[in-house]
Structure formats: structure tokens, C-alpha cells
Design a protein. Structure first.
Length: 212
């Protein structure tokens, strides 16, 4: 959770499966959100100058793997042969869904309802990347607030670091990347010598005090 205090409206930013949501600290109600994140969000988002950076990666969500899945109502009208308002394995027969049935059937009742299908659509639309969103707004700000997306050399667990107006990422295998936080352009990228293992801790920046 990140505390974000715009004037008069303090907010709590929470990143979870598929969405980052800004909640009102006073009421707990959703104020604005962005979608398209992966289902397995491990890193913590970080704040820059009026921007939130969200790094997310999960298997099956690389560029080009996204699918535009039809709404539940459309699929139900086409496949619900017994008219029970749900979709069974026998009715769907789609090998992609059947292979991940245990993950999609949230109630484990042998059929997919509207909630299950919403989860499946979100998962198939998820997109790996380090994404920069402008802070603020009302409602769904996914398209309006999107500033840039970087899709290469993404860590699985470590959070990015915003330090002295530079954004840093550390990926498994010791790949260290620095980016311009305003544009997402790579400033420098290299493999750290003698540091080729897996990484779970996030990079840190050292705070220095003025001697004056």
C-alpha cells in the first residue's frame, strides 16, 4: 500500500490482481483505478513526480499473448445449452480454458459464472510491463493516465527503485536497467559482474544528508 496525499483527498494506492486502485482514506471508497495488470503482482508500485510506476510480470502475459475474450453474456447465449446461467466443461470445450480450469473456477463448483468469466477475461487481457501512470482522476483512468510502458528485462519479484530522478530495475541473472522516468527510455543496461543469481529483495537508494 502507498499513501498518496493530494490536497484535501488523501488516498491509499493498492495494487492487486489486474488493477491498481486509489481508495479514499476517509471513506474506503474507490476513487480511480487502472487495469491491464497481471494476476500475480509481486513488486510494490513506487511513486515519482506525480506518477506511479507499476512493474508486473506473470507467465502467459508477454506482448502478443493477449486475447480479446467475449463478454459473459455473449458466450452464455451461444454455449449455455442447458440454460442454467453457467458454463460447464462440456459446454465450453475450449482447450485453453479447460487447461486452466482449476484457476478459473473460483468457487470450484464445476461451472463458470459471470464472476469466473470476468476473472478469465482479465487474465487473458493482462500485459507484462513496467508501466507509468499519471496520478489522479475519477473512475477508470487506464487509458487517460497511461504515460508509457517498458516490456523488456522485467523482474519477477523485486520492486523498481525511483532514486534521484532515475528509475532502476534488477532482474534475475543480474540484469540492471536504468530508465528515464518521464519517457521510459533506457539510460543504461548491463549485467552485474559476479551477481548472476535470482533476486527477491528490491534495490535501495542511499539517502545522504547535507553537511551544511
Amino acid at each position: 500500500m502507498i499513501y498518496y496525499p493530494p490536497k484535501g483527498r488523501p488516498q491509499a494506492l493498492l495494487a492487486g490482481s489486474y488493477r491498481l486502485v486509489a481508495y479514499s482514506v476517509d471513506t474506503g471508497k474507490e476513487i480511480w483505478w487502472v487495469s491491464g495488470l497481471t494476476w500475480q503482482l509481486k513488486p510494490t508500485p513506487v511513486l515519482g513526480k506525480g506518477v506511479v510506476f507499476v512493474q508486473n510480470w506473470a507467465g502467459g502475459s508477454d506482448t502478443g499473448q493477449q486475447e480479446d475474450i467475449a463478454p459473459f453474456e455473449d458466450v452464455l447465449a451461444r454455449l449455455d445449452t442447458n440454460h442454467d446461467g453457467k458454463l460447464s466443461k462440456e459446454e465450453i470445450k475450449d482447450p485453453k480454458i479447460l487447461n486452466m480450469w482449476r484457476e478459473v473456477d473460483l468457487e470450484d463448483d464445476g461451472a463458470l459464472d459471470q464472476r469466473d468469466w470476468k476473472f478469465y477475461r482479465s487474465r487473458r487481457a493482462a500485459h507484462n510491463g513496467l508501466v507509468a501512470f499519471r496520478l489522479g482522476g475519477q473512475g477508470d483512468m487506464t487509458e487517460k493516465n497511461l504515460l508509457w510502458r517498458y516490456e523488456k528485462s522485467l523482474p519477477n519479484v523485486p520492486s523498481p527503485l525511483y532514486y534521484k530522478d532515475v528509475l532502476y530495475m534488477l532482474k534475475e541473472g543480474g540484469i540492471f536497467t536504468s530508465l528515464d522516468p518521464e519517457t521510459g527510455k533506457v539510460l543504461k543496461q548491463a549485467r552485474l559482474t559476479g551477481a548472476l543469481g535470482d533476486y527477491f529483495s528490491s534495490p535501495l537508494g542511499r539517502m545522504t544528508r547535507s553537511t551544511r
